[in-house]
Design a protein around this ligand. Structure first.
Ligand code: ZN
Length: 134
């Protein structure tokens, strides 16, 4: 597919077409919280590219993670996110980026999140991506 500007409709269609490949990568578990047996969908890790959507910027996650990733106001810090201490070490860049952001959002209130971030090493490129959104 040619890269370039895509309409919203095209973007949505392309995103959902990634579902099959992402389901394989995710082994049918949420790529952030590792929940299995729940509906999963494609989430584009912000900021959204101005050009075409890119599978390397997408993760496959559950509705709960999606809602809390998308909406800062709905984000609830706490122990239930402890799984991020593992998923943040994923070899898949967009998972690392989103997990790092979720850890940062709760670093003030959760000691374990702070410790995970202290021990984390990200490539410069990913570090930069992390800071491009909250
Ligand atoms: Zn999840």
């Amino acid at each position: 597919m040619a890269k370039g500007y895509q309409t919203n409709q095209e973007r949505k269609m392309t995103l959902s077409s990634f579902g099959k490949d992402l389901a394989r990568r995710a082994r049918s578990k949420c790529e952030l919280c590792e929940s299995a047996g729940v509906p999963l969908s494609v989430f584009e890790v912000p900021p959204e590219p101005t050009e075409a959507v890119d599978i390397d910027q997408c993760i496959f996650i559950c509705d709960n993670c999606r809602e809390q990733s998308e909406n800062l106001k709905k984000f609830k810090p706490g122990e239930h996110w402890r799984v991020l201490a593992q998923t943040v070490w994923s070899e898949t860049a967009p998972i690392q980026v989103m997990a790092t952001r979720l850890l940062k959002r709760q670093a003030d209130s959760q000691a374990w999140a702070r410790e995970t971030l202290d021990g984390l090493f990200l490539d410069e490129e990913l570090e930069e991506w992390v800071t491009k959104a909250e």
